[in-house]
Design a binder for this molecule. Structure first.
Ligand SMILES: Cc1cc2nc3c(=O)[nH]c(=O)nc-3n(C[C@H](O)[C@H](O)[C@H](O)COP(=O)(O)OP(=O)(O)OC[C@H]3O[C@@H](n4cnc5c(N)ncnc54)[C@H](O)[C@@H]3O)c2cc1C
Length: 490
């Protein structure tokens, strides 16, 4: 990376929200994109099912997409934010294929092949086979890399933001030690919190760092207990595997049947929409059925659709199941719920601005209110696009004619200190599994809160070495604290 230390904006995160935000800035704006791992490591890269957008108004409408979003969100959504999402989203999705070369699957006649997912009343999910996120991430990474005005700092972890007159000092950890950058605007696009839980579909980067930073700076954090558990993560193979791969919603959308351990369908006992009920309903139904049967074995059966269809429609899921010894074209896939997505986050307005002047948040770390209590499948890539773009547009509006004269950069922090004790992150995972997995346990919430509060106090007063492990453990414990507090208050 070059030696430049002052930028027009710093964006923390190279997922869909951070990359698409960076691409909105004109050539004369110097943008720094920070990513704590390689640029390609993100939840965005893992997304399978697709992006929801009304691209064809013959059989669909913004009103229907909005209504589906509100039903899934238990009508706790911010309706104005949902309007923005469903009305502006289609243009952002079109830009993905017209400007950035994203290849969505097409019908033989050349039109886009939109599919159905749980909770959607129309086929409006555009996708690239079953690896839509990888396709989008790859194209956006290439576009960002080709822009001379955007500097990407890989393996560079943002751990503190100091407010200064007219902007921020951003303190980062790199392989060579600590460093400091300055900018008048910062966008947090640091993604989700999956690593707080024992089992998650999320990438290892999902430790809630941006949420912790915003919390420490006094920003409002909204609905952090609105966590989505995906009903169907792969439960075959090694039961101790932490990062579980997802059996996409689209598998149910294409007609898969949910079976209990006796091989019986059971969704009719819990919801009239059966397998196409929104994912929170399906995840809770599985947990209730699990209690009824005193059994944790569950399956998704789609073998009846035939090998040709399944290998073509779900090539990645087919391969991954096969590697783990399950042939989905011949047998049901073992599944169980696991942590998947965060609806809450750093509270932002319709332009992705936090309560703090010049600080923005977009993507999974932010709470725009579009998802309400439960996200409708395939609305989150869309949210990252729409509100990542809006953050950049708001910054451009406000920075017009502005001049940023930061004080001299401070010396980077001293990293030395005591080594971090092993096992702290596991303790957070254990607490959250007991207290806050799908159906919360209020007794375990009270106990868990004491444990994580003791841990936070120890982390803050223990004079530990400033390392990636230290920063991420502090983020995990802080996020757990906020979630447990919210649950306790209910
Ligand atoms: C398995 C899976 C399947 C999914 N399928 C779909 C789907 O089909 N459709 C859909 O709409 N959504 C889907 N989602 C959800 C969706 O992928 C995510 O919500 C979305 O991609 C989040 O994008 P983001 O830009 O907010 O964060 P991410 O894509 O997670 O990117 C976060 C970025 O922040 C960086 N970062 C984090 N902390 C720091 C720090 N301290 N310093 C510097 N950088 C930092 C990371 O390195 C990374 O670059 C899926 C998610 C998963 C896990």
């Amino acid at each position: 990376m070059n030696r430049q230390r002052h930028f027009d904006a710093i964006i923390a995160g190279s997922g869909v929200a951070g990359l698409y935000c960076a691409l909105q800035f004109p050539a004369e704006k110097r943008i720094l994109v920070l990513c704590k791992d390689a640029m390609s490591v993100s939840n965005t890269d893992l997304a399978q099912g697709g992006v929801a957008a009304v691209l064809n108004t013959q059989n669909d409408s913004f009103a229907l997409h909005k209504e589906d979003t509100l039903i899934a969100g238990h009508r706790e959504n911010d309706e104005h934010a949902v309007d923005i999402l469903v009305r502006e989203g289609p243009d952002d999705v079109r830009r993905l294929y017209t400007e950035f070369g994203v290849e969505f699957d097409k019908q033989p006649d050349g039109s886009l092949n939109a599919t159905l997912e749980g909770g959607h009343s129309r086929r409006r999910i555009v996708h690239h086979k079953d690896s839509t996120g990888h396709e989008i991430a790859t194209r956006l990474c290439a576009a960002v890399t080709a822009r001379p005005n955007i500097t990407v700092a890989e393996h560079t972890l943002l751990y503190r933001l100091d407010r200064i007159d007219g902007g921020f000092f951003a303190h980062v950890l790199t392989a060579d030690g600590a460093a400091v950058y300055a900018a008048p605007y910062v966008v947090l696009a640091t993604g989700g919190i999956g690593q707080v839980y024992r089992y998650t579909t999320n990438a290892p980067i999902a430790t809630g760092d941006g949420i912790r930073l915003a919390w420490e700076m006094g920003c409002r954090i909204a609905h952090l207990d609105y966590v989505q558990f995906h009903p169907s993560s792969f439960a075959g193979g090694d039961p101790h595997t932490r990062q579980r791969f997802l059996i996409s919603e689209a598998v149910r959308g294409e007609g898969a049947r949910l079976l209990n351990g006796k091989g019986e369908r059971f969704m009719h006992l819990y919801d009239d929409r059966l397998e196409l009920a929104p994912r929170d309903v399906v995840a809770k139904s599985i947990m209730l059925e699990s209690r009824r049967q005193a059994d944790e074995h569950f399956y998704l059966d789609i073998a009846y659709k035939g090998a040709d269809f399944l290998k073509n429609r779900f090539p990645m899921i087919y391969e991954k199941c096969l590697q783990a010894g399950v042939d989905m074209t011949k047998q049901p896939i073992p599944i169980f719920p696991c942590h998947h997505y965060l609806m809450g986050g750093i509270a932002v307005n319709e332009n992705a601005k936090t309560d703090l002047d010049r600080l923005y948040a977009a993507g999974e770390c932010a709470c725009t209110g579009v998802h309400g209590k439960n996200r409708l499948a395939s609305n989150s890539l869309l949210e990252g696009l729409v509100f990542g773009r809006r953050a950049a547009q708001d910054i451009l509006r406000h920075s017009a004619g502005e001049r940023f004269d930061p004080p001299p950069l401070p010396a980077p922090d001293d990293l030395s200190g005591a080594p971090l004790p092993a096992g702290l992150a596991d303790t957070v995972n254990d607490v959250m599994q007991r207290a806050a997995f799908v159906l919360p346990d209020l007794g375990a919430v009270r106990e868990g809160l004491k444990t994580v509060d003791r841990m936070i106090a120890r982390l803050k007063s223990g004079h530990f070495a400033l390392s990636k492990d230290y920063v991420e453990t502090l983020s995990l414990a802080t996020v757990a604290h906020i979630i447990l507090k919210e649950l306790q208050a209910k």
